[in-house]
Write a protein that binds this ligand. Sequence first.
Ligand SMILES: [Zn+2]
Ligand SMILES: [Zn+2]
Length: 395
Amino acid sequence: MKALTLDITREDWETSTGMTFSDVDSPELNESKKPDDANKVIIKPLYTGFCGSDKGIWFRHAFKDMIFDSMESDNQSYRICGHELLGEIVDVGSYSEKNYGYKPGDIVSTESHIFCGRCHQCKIGDAHVCSDHKIIGISTDGCFAELVKLPARELWKTDTNLIRPEVAAIQEPLGNAVHACSRVDLRGKTLAIFGCGTIGLLSILVARAMGAAVIIGVDPNPENLRLAESLGLDLSIQVQPSSKKLNSYDPDFDIVRIIREKCYGEGVDVAMEMAGSNQALNTAISSTRAGGDIILFGLSAGDYTLSNFQEIIMYGKSLHSVVGRRVFQTWYILSNLLKSKGHDLQDKIYEIILNKGEGTVVPFHSFDKKTFEESIQKYPKIIFKYETPYLLLED
Ligand SMILES: [Zn+2]
Ligand SMILES: [Zn+2]
C-alpha cells in the first residue's frame, strides 16, 4: 500500500527534510500469530490532518529519539507518520465488536496516545499522562497510509452527518484546545492566548464557546493574527521586535502594559502559553493578575528561565501544564461543541482555519513533496483527502 513515511536512518536526520511517499506492507489482523489483534481493527483513512508535530518531524525539530528507538524495537526501517484521523473500519479483530462495539463500515477518529491501561495514572483515570504510552505516527505506525491498524479501545465513533468530515479529521487537535480550555474555569473570564498557531486559533473558538468573556490574542505573525481576529478576538496584539530587552527570555513589558490596561490595570484572569517560547511564557505570567492561572501548552526542548520567580508565588499565580486530551472526557466535550448549533464552531473551523478547503485539503495520492512543503508553511492546517473506495481487504 501507499504510505507517507519517514524512511531515513538516525544518521540522516540532521541532513534531510520531509517524508517519503512509499510502498509498504499493508497491516493485517493475524490473531493466530498475534493474539493482541483480537482487540484491534483495520481502518481505511478518509481524511487525515497534518499536525504541528508532523511539521516538527518534517523539518527535523522534534521526536528524533522516540521515532528511531521505536523503529529499532519494531525491527522496521521506516515509520508511517500521521495521527489525526477520520476513517472507515474495514476489518475487526474477534473481540473488537464484542468488547468495544465496532464493526466494518463504522466511521471513527482516534485518540493518538495509546495508553497502557496498567500504570498508576491509567488506573486512576489519568490515561493522558500514561507512563508507558505510544504515540500513533511516532512510536507506532500512523494513518498517512491506505490502511492503519489500531486498538479498538482508542477509537472515537464519529457521525459525519453531524460533523463535516474535514473537521471530523481534526477532532484530535481540537481536543488539545478543549483540554487547555477546560483546565480552569473560563466562564466570564478575561483570557490572553500567546501564540495563534493552529491550537491557539482553535482555543479562541473553544474558549468563547465555554464562556470566556474577553479574549486577547498575541502573536508576531500578522497572518496568524488576521485569522485570529476573524474568529472573534476582543483585542489582537502583534509582538514587535524590541531593543529594550536585556535577555531573550525577559517579558515583553509593552505587551504586559497593554493587557493590564485592558483588564482593570491588573492583568488577565487566565493566560495560555501556546507559542513554545520562553519570552512568551514570562510575558504570559507577567500579564496574569494576582491569583490568576497560566496554562502551559507550547513545547520547546531545553531549559527555560523564569524571570522574577518570586512574583509567581507572592502573587499566588498558578501554572498548569496540558498534554494530549483526557480520555475520553475531552472527546465528549469536543463532540458536544462541534454538534451544538449555538456557536458555529464547525463553520468557523472550516471557513476560516481551513479556508473553505481551498489550498488546505489536498489529495493524498498526488502527494508532491515541494508543493506540500509550501502548503504546510502557508496554512495553519492541511488535510489529506483519500481516494475512496481505494482498496478492500482480501479474505
Ligand atoms: Zn496532532
Ligand atoms: Zn498507563
